[in-house]
Design a protein around this ligand. Sequence first.
Ligand SMILES: [Zn+2]
Ligand SMILES: [Zn+2]
Length: 271
Amino acid sequence: MPLSWFACANCGFWQRHFAPPDCPVCVDVRNDLPEDGWCFLPEPDVARTHVGEGREVASGLWAFTTTPALGLAGTGWLIVRPGGNIAFEAAPYYSDAMLAQIEGLGGIRFLSASHVHGYGALFQLQRRFDPAIVAIQKEDLRMTKAFRVTLPFDDHYELAPGYTLHQVGGHYDGQACLHDAPGGRLFCGDMFKLDQDANGRSTAISSHTAFHKDIPLTHAELRRYRDVTAPLAFDAVLTPFEFAPEVDSGVALAALDEGLARTPGVKRLPL
Ligand SMILES: [Zn+2]
Ligand SMILES: [Zn+2]
């Protein structure tokens, strides 16, 4: 059977394979195995059954989502800027109309993601907007087989002036955040999880190694989050799932300090 792309129906992780034996994301301790066994969706099936859209959620900031939900149902962020657009995290799948919309916004020059839960259909963006630079922290390279990393980085890397990737580890060894200094935003990966109400307003904040299993971070991991985050100025955070204008640098640091002041354990702090 020839190589092609398959999405895990449980988590949405894409693999380029002829017959995926399992899904490395679901097998990992942070995810649950599918109750009814493996189901891998060939790309043409996903293309036939999924649509999506891009919405401008703040000036020059677009959110791309896929309908119906696929896998973890993440959001692909697109920062539209004169020096070349930056895509951080990716939607689970991009329809032709979504790719055309991105093209109309100026395409993509830089592609990156915090960790595997934010990869989505990053392979599609690379395929369409080649030769975009694809920057991923080196500790997570083992999860990137569906696309090609062109720029592995170590501790930090300035992707474009004012846009800097920082390894934060914790949740995943290679987890990285993107600090958007011009926009005053921190694309924080799964450093933080926001509970939100039906109107998209954040009601609680937490940090964890595995959210669904409530496995906490160690104090050293929380301290690393704090050391990296403290020097960065931001008024909002964006996870692979949520946009939280309620969480500025003060709120984020206070949440980390609260975790450092007690026995490790997942706690949802009301906002
Ligand atoms: Zn999976
Ligand atoms: Zn995650």
